[in-house]
Write a protein that binds this ligand. Sequence first.
Ligand code: ZN
Length: 240
Amino acid sequence: MRALVLSDIHANANALESVLKLAGPVDAVWCLGDVVGYGPDPNEVIARLRLLPNLLCLQGNHDAAAIGALALDGFNQEARASVEWLRNQLTPDSLKFLQSLQPRLELEDVTLAHASPRQPTLEYLLDVYTAGENFDHFDSSFCFVGHTHIPVLFHKNEFQVTLHIPQTERSLVLEPRCIVNPGSVGQPRDRDPRAAFAVYDDQEHVWAYQRVEYDIPAVQKRMQAAGLPERHIARLASGW
Ligand code: ZN
C-alpha cells in the first residue's frame, strides 16, 4: 500500500494541490496535523482533504487552538491574531471535522503523532536527546511526526540515536526503529520554500521524500487580502 504522508498543510490550498498532483494516485493519506493556522484557505483545505482516499488525520496544536481546545499562552501576538481570524472563518462543518481529530493514532507497525509520541500536541523533536527519550513512548517499528516543519529522520539502534536529513528525490528504506518527519506542506521552515511530503510504501518500508514548487505569490495575495500577519506572509517565500 502507498500512503501519502502529509503534515502541517496550514491552510495552504495551492501547496496541497501541487503535492497531490506530484504524488499521483495513492491508497491512503496520512495527515499528521496542523491542517489549519497561518494560511488563507482553512475551509478549502479541509474540504479537499476529506475527499482523499482512506484519510487518517491527526489534530495538531493549531487545529486544537482553532477549536478552542488549546490555550493561546504559547502563541506569540501574530500567531494569536492569526488564530482569531481563523476562528471567524471556520464553517460549522470544518469545525466539526477538526473536533473529531486525535493528536496520535496507532496503526499496525506505525505510530502517527503530530508533535512527538510522548507529547503528541506540543513537543518539538529537533535533537537526538529529545528523540532518544521519545523512543520509549511508542512500540511500533516506525513513528511519523510533524510539527517542526523540518524533514528529519531519527534512527535508534542498540547503541545510539542518530539524526539524518533526508535528501529529496532519494527514497530510503526505513530500518526499525525510527521517527520520521516529512516536513511541512504549507509552511516549510528548512530554508527551502517548496512544499514537502513523503510517500510511504508499507510493504517495502520505503520512504520517498519529495519537494514540489507551488504558486507562493497567489497564497501571499490571499493572505494579504485577509489581513493576516506580514511575517507569516513573508516567510512562505523564504521557507524559514
Ligand atoms: Zn505546524
